[in-house]
Design a protein around this ligand. Structure first.
Ligand code: GAL
Length: 420
């Protein structure tokens, strides 16, 4: 082969491989990040946007792709995510709840990467709550970056409606039922409720309010018998609570239901404190348009959940995903996100003055209350157990029979929970 021909062939080969790489024939260019969540509205999107702003300012060369899928509590988003994971097309990073959702699902299925190096380089172990780390760890590996702490057991109320009906803020189940009897007799909708996941949310808070924190925790570690009389009493309370709700619950989102309270169309709503982010977005004022208290029976208990972000195994843009996770775990990122989202920082060093009066009270409670985990939001049960409970709940709502419901819950613990 002549030298000239040899030279030309080499040039063609080199150019060809450069073109292939640029077109994605080699590794994808790592200059964008796809982040998957269910924060599309009602204070949640605004919180995410605030954190994206911090990301953009610090990463001007990385394009942020917001792959949020609408639907409270991730009911739709998690189905879409499951399909993507099955077909090997993961987003770079997705929202997952600290606890069993993360460990018993994504880690168990080998879908997310450990992040110990990042914890080391960012010094996060010194600023994330010690109690949270075990909920995002397995075998010494830490698997996600928590951005917040939410409270699930909040009773939101309309102060003017309570006052007009001579009703005091209830602190026990019996006081709550008596208050709702008075309101119902006066023609007020006592308790605003939405679609099925909000019904599971109500159920878990009533279980907590009736059983107390120790027996509630025992449901998830096998030390409380799902078939016991105390659980029957809790389910009776849940059934009774449902009798005070609006008849169109199934067709309302959490925002629709929460809005009934601030618009003066219902007295109470049980919802996590993302509702507060929503009330603020609606321009409503704390203590005037809405008040809050722990769900009756759960005074002194903080039923928590934590949103965290992951790094996908096989993430198309691992470097950019790491840049995103650094922002999610940073003080600046969390201080931008949480006051808008309606949550408190997962980090322990955020500036309290950036937060409104409700969230300041949540910070105090988080620091001093007994802490237990949420079912609906992924802390205490993995996906398969939760989905069995959800199926039983759906049947109960259609045909409210406590004995049948309780047997189904006993069976769910035996097939997917710690009662095996
Ligand atoms: C939860 C999530 C919260 C909020 C809520 C309503 O599962 O942890 O951050 O998004 O759903 O959508």
């Amino acid at each position: 082969m002549s030298r000239k021909l040899w030279y030309s062939l080499t040039v063609i080969l080199v150019l060809g491989s450069l073109i292939l790489t640029a077109c994605g024939g080699g590794a994808a260019a790592d200059n964008q990040v796809e982040v998957f969540s269910w924060w599309t509205g009602g204070g949640e999107a605004a919180g995410l946007e605030a954190m994206i702003k911090v990301f953009d300012a610090q990463n001007p060369n990385i394009e942020f792709i917001n792959a949020a899928v609408a639907g409270g509590a991730g009911t739709n988003a998690r189905a879409v995510l499951a399909t993507r994971l099955q077909s090997g097309e993961p987003p770079d990073s997705w929202q997952g709840h600290a606890g069993q959702e993360l460990i018993g699902t994504y880690v168990a299925d080998g879908q997310i990467e450990p992040l110990n190096d990042l914890y080391e380089s960012e010094g996060w172990l010194a600023v994330m709550p010690e109690t949270l780390i075990p909920l995002i760890s397995a075998d010494g590996k830490i698997y996600s970056v928590p951005v917040n702490i939410h409270r699930a057991n909040v009773l939101w109320y309309n102060p003017a409606i309570l006052e007009a009906n001579g009703v005091a803020v209830p602190t026990t189940m019996d006081e709550w039922f008596a208050a709702m009897d008075t309101l119902q007799a006066a023609g007020v909708t006592p308790l605003a409720l939405g679609e099925q996941w909000t019904q599971m949310h109500l159920m878990e808070t009533v279980l907590l309010g009736t059983l107390g924190p120790d027996a509630y925790n025992g449901l998830w570690d096998g030390t409380t018998d799902w078939g016991s009389a105390e659980v029957t009493a809790a389910l009776d309370n849940f059934q009774k609570a449902l009798t005070y709700t609006n008849s169109d619950a199934a067709s309302l989102s959490w925002q629709d239901a929460a809005q009934l309270v601030v618009n003066g169309d219902a007295a109470f709503n049980v919802m996590g404190d993302w509702a507060e982010g929503y009330f603020r977005e609606l321009g409503k004022a704390p203590m005037t348009d809405y008040g809050w208290a722990p769900v009756p029976g759960s005074v002194g208990v903080f039923q928590f959940l934590s949103d965290s972000f992951t790094l996908a195994v096989g993430a198309p843009h691992p470097k950019s995903a790491t840049a995103w996770l650094k922002i999610a775990g940073s003080k600046a990122g969390q201080e931008a996100f949480n006051p808008v989202k309606g949550s408190i920082c997962a980090r322990t060093d955020c500036d309290k003055n950036l937060f409104g009066v409700y969230l300041q009270s949540a910070m105090d409670d988080w620091a001093s209350n007994t802490v237990v985990g949420s079912l609906t939001h992924g802390v205490v049960a993995n996906d398969s157990w939760k989905s069995e409970i959800d199926t039983a709940l759906g049947l109960f709502i259609a045909t409210p029979d406590v004995a049948t419901f309780q047997s189904a819950l006993v069976a769910a613990c035996a097939s997917s929970g710690p009662c095996k």
